[in-house]
Write a protein that binds this ligand. Structure first.
Ligand code: GLY
Ligand code: MN
Ligand code: MN
Length: 479
């Protein structure tokens, strides 16, 4: 009897220890304390369910993992629409929304059923895998930390698919277009859905929910604005350090290292996009990111670099002289771009078309180039030879985020006019050759106008030149 009691005690301790280890695991996933809460994601899913109505079922899936080479994958990035609805970063996950409700096995007692309106299918926990590759949320983590009423392992998707559709007597099935490049485990998981859509396409109305989610993503909530502001604050600090650090003789890659050091140092997980550090002749290439050239005295450096913070990407460009002092020609071009940017930002407010702001920049750029004799006719078309991209774009979960033609409070845009004068440009004074200038800020549309979230990165000529007199983190010698 005594021995029996001992065994019971040991068994209880084991259960306790195991449960304790599980709780520790979840703690590990909560290191970042400023993530958007599960409740916010839940409200987004509710809002979407209201839009599709009780006679529909919606299925969303995340991005496949992408192979880099041999047994190495690229760092994983979830699908932004999926992430917007779930806050869930792990691969091989599927979300099913059943507004009318569907019956599933109770989590407490598997002999009973419960009715739920949303199910997340997530990768199962796998201690062996996790020892090598890091911990997973698993279904329990998704419920606790991401606000899901019900989550289960993704291997159940196949068997539950029919019952979810039939029990809801769905008349419409919303599924984002199944892309032909879906690969790996995710493609396999979605195969039953694909067969079902082929088979039942005539009985249920097949629709794509992407436009509905994208519309929800256009206006940023206060939580999203706070994360975008943080990503932008970190990026602005990196631009300040880069301006202080740059000197002729440095590799463009060294300046890239300054940006990326500051991003990580200040807590950003990664770049919003590959850093563009374009000096001299490279400054006229819009998305140059080889970053291998040695920066020379007399160059301009066009640096388009920004961080991603908790999934939200900033996007800032600054252009500065490698030696700390703009030449006359550089100053002339720079001032035109800055004036164009200010004119466009001044036009930003709710109810105004983005095209209107864009026109304001065009006018200033055209006038400026005409005055300098770089264009011979005061025409937008002539100016466009030196400004071959749009005024900007919304930012959010994607650096080029979703938007709409008319601005509304809560939208966040980049405003990034530029002028790029390549060597050998016909009829242009060679003093202007190899000058590429872009000035890009992150602008929040407010109720009565706008707010520049990236104002901490200097953009006035005098401010830049003053800051460049100081040394930065990039000037520390590596022993
Ligand atoms: N960094 C890319 C862009 O400015 O759109
Ligand atoms: Mn941009
Ligand atoms: Mn940019």
């Amino acid at each position: 009897m005594k021995r029996y009691k001992q065994l019971v005690w040991i068994y209880c301790c084991l259960i306790f220890i195991t449960a304790g280890a599980g709780a520790q695991d979840l703690k590990y996933l909560e290191y970042d304390t400023d993530l958007i809460t599960g409740q916010v994601y839940k409200e987004r899913r509710e809002k979407l369910m209201q839009q599709i109505g009780n006679e529909a079922v919606a299925i969303f899936y995340t991005n496949p993992e992408r192979n880099r080479n041999a047994d190495l994958d690229f760092p994983y990035a979830p699908n932004s629409d999926f992430f917007y609805l779930t806050g869930f970063r792990e691969p091989n996950a599927i979300l099913v929304l059943v507004p009318k409700g569907t019956n599933v096995r109770s989590l407490e007692d598997s002999t009973k059923t419960m009715t739920v309106r949303e199910i997340l299918f997530a990768q199962p926990r796998n201690p062996q895998f996790e020892k090598w590759n890091g911990r997973r949320y698993g279904p329990a983590g998704a419920m606790k930390l991401r606000g899901f009423a019900y989550a289960t392992t993704n291997d159940k998707f196949k068997t539950m698919l029919q019952s979810m559709l039939f029990s809801a007597q769905a008349k419409s099935l919303y599924v984002p277009t199944l892309r032909s490049d879906l690969s790996g485990d995710l493609a396999e998981l979605l195969q039953p859905l694909k067969s079902m859509m082929d088979q039942f396409g005539g009985y249920v109305e097949l629709r794509d929910p992407t436009a509905l989610v994208r519309k929800m993503r256009v206006i940023k909530s206060p939580e999203e604005i706070a994360l975008l502001a943080k990503a932008t604050e970190i990026s602005a600090a990196a631009h300040r350090q880069a301006m202080m650090s740059v000197e002729p003789g440095m590799g463009e890659y060294e300046l890239e290292a300054v940006y990326e050091y500051v991003f990580r140092k200040l807590g950003a997980e990664q770049n919003g996009y590959p850093c563009i550090v374009a000096s001299g002749e490279n400054s006229v290439i819009l998305h140059y990111n080889t970053n291998r050239r040695k920066i020379k005295d007399g160059d301009v450096v066009l640096a388009d670099c920004a961080a991603e913070y908790r999934g939200y990407s900033s996007d800032i460009t600054r252009t500065y002289p490698a030696n700390g002092k703009f030449s006359k020609a550089q100053r002339e071009i720079y001032q035109i771009v800055l004036d164009a940017q200010k004119a466009a930002i001044a036009a930003i407010k709710p109810g105004v078309a983005w095209q209107e702001a864009s026109k304001k920049a065009d006018e200033v750029l055209t006038e400026g180039l005409f005055k300098l004799g770089i264009i011979k006719e005061k025409k937008t078309q002539a100016m466009k030879k030196f400004y071959y991209h749009g005024l900007g774009h919304p930012v959010g979960l994607n650096v080029h985020d979703v938007g709409q033609p008319i601005m509304e409070a809560g939208m966040v845009y980049t405003v990034e006019p530029g002028l790029y004068i390549a060597e050998g440009s016909e009829g242009v004074d060679p003093a202007y050759y190899n000058i590429g200038v872009r000035i890009e800020d992150v602008i929040l549309v407010t109720a009565d106008g706008s707010k520049n979230l990236s104002a901490a990165a200097p953009r006035e000529i005098a401010e830049i030149e003053a800051l460049m007199k100081q040394k930065g983190v990039g000037n520390l010698a590596i022993q």
